[in-house]
Each structure stands twice: as structure tokens, then as C-alpha cells.
Design a protein around this ligand. Structure first.
Ligand SMILES: Cc1cc2nc3c(=O)[nH]c(=O)nc-3n(C[C@H](O)[C@H](O)[C@H](O)COP(=O)(O)O)c2cc1C
Length: 192
């Protein structure tokens, strides 16, 4: 029997959203920094989604750490109506690379909601299938807030198609410059 648990809950933010042009909400950024500082020393990992004023968080780790954090979470004034959507034992953490992955509001969440006949993110109405699909989406989406200093995942797991493309372009320029300089040097020697 494993002592590792997964807990998924919903809650409502108590702070007003800021008009920051679609960037990470300052309060959410503070929560992420706090989570990423605390979770590694408690053996916790997970993912956080924030949309339409609601949080959807998946926490994984030793049962005692989950219980302890959940106690503190329920007393946190930055959200209310904390509702456990799912809690069960798991063989091993599935977000093992992330002290707290942040998934921003994105088109594929809207698509998932639309597929389930919903036009806004209201996790209180999610059934077991939608909870499972949302956790799956948290796994597959890139963490793009750029604030995760704690648990950088292995390169292979983190690489996105755009990154591969950009990485390739970054490599190519110095190589081309080196080849051009080498050809010029050889030509200069031969023509002397
Ligand atoms: C939606 C939400 C998610 C949170 N997630 C975490 C978390 O994963 N880990 C954590 O340590 N604190 C998390 N917090 C903050 C805790 O409620 C609490 O403020 C914090 O653990 C206290 O940390 P401190 O003792 O370092 O001040 C979260 C808060 C909110 C509102």
C-alpha cells in the first residue's frame, strides 16, 4: 500500500482580478512562489489552474504532508468554498517534475469545457470524467509562467515543439559564423 495521495480541489478566489493584459495575476504569482518554496521540503508536487475566478489544484505527496497543507489551505483568506473533488491513493506522483506547475487560461481548457457543454470554468459542476480530463490537461499543457525556479524538469520532458525550433535557430547562427570565418581563413592562406 502506497502512502502517496492525490488530492484535487476547487475554490473561489477572494481577490479581484487585475487588468494586467492576460499575464499571471499578481496574487496567483505570490501563491506559486510560496508553493514552490514550501512544497519541495514537504515532498509535495502538483499543478494549479486559475480561471473565471476559480482555482483548480491537484496536490500529490505523502498523506501527512497533504493533510497538513490542506489544513493551511482551508484557512487561507485568498480563497473560499474549498471543495474536495477527488482524493485517492496513487502508486507514485504523476506531477513528479513540478513543485507546483502553473497552467494559465488557454484555448484548450475552453475547448474541453465546450465539449462538456460549459461556457465558463466552474469546477464545482465538474463530474468525475471532467475532473479526470482537467487533470490530464494539466499534465499535457506547458508550464509557461516562467516563475518555476525549483524543479526544472528534464530537458526531454520539458521540450515543446516551439522550443525545439527556437533552440535550433539559436544553435545555427554561431555554427554558420564559425564556418564562414574558417572558410575565409583557409581562403586567405591559400591566396597568399
Ligand atoms: C489556491 C491556493 C493554492 C495554494 N497552494 C499551496 C501549495 O501548493 N503549497 C503551499 O505551501 N502553499 C500553498 N498555498 C498557500 C497556503 O495556503 C499557505 O498560505 C502557505 O502554505 C503558508 O506558507 P508559509 O508558512 O511559508 O507562510 C496556496 C494558497 C492558495 C490560495
Amino acid at each position: 500500500m502506497s502512502d502517496i495521495h492525490q488530492l484535487v480541489y476547487a475554490s473561489r478566489a477572494t481577490f479581484q482580478p487585475t487588468d494586467n493584459g492576460g499575464g499571471v495575476e499578481p496574487e496567483v504569482a505570490r501563491i506559486l512562489m510560496q508553493s514552490r518554496r514550501n512544497n519541495p521540503r514537504r515532498g509535495l508536487v502538483g499543478a494549479l489552474y486559475y480561471g473565471d475566478g476559480c482555482f483548480f489544484q491537484c496536490l500529490e505527496g505523502p498523506r501527512a504532508s497533504i493533510d497538513d497543507l490542506f489544513g493551511r489551505l482551508q484557512a487561507d483568506p485568498r480563497h473560499r468554498d474549498v471543495l474536495v473533488l477527488r482524493r485517492h491513493e496513487i502508486a507514485a506522483p504523476s506531477f513528479a517534475e513540478w513543485s507546483m506547475k502553473y497552467v494559465p487560461t488557454a484555448g484548450d481548457v475552453q475547448t474541453l469545457l465546450a465539449m462538456h457543454g460549459k461556457d465558463r470554468f466552474d469546477p464545482y459542476t465538474f463530474d468525475e470524467r471532467l475532473i479526470e480530463a482537467m487533470v490530464g490537461l494539466l499534465h499535457h499543457r506547458a508550464d509557461s509562467d516562467g516563475l518555476n525556479p525549483v524543479a526544472p524538469p528534464p530537458r526531454a520532458a520539458r521540450t515543446m515543439p516551439e522550443e525545439t525550433h527556437e533552440g535550433g535557430a539559436r544553435w545555427l547562427l554561431p555554427v554558420l559564423v564559425f564556418v564562414a570565418v574558417a572558410v575565409a581563413a583557409v581562403a586567405a592562406v591559400l591566396l597568399r
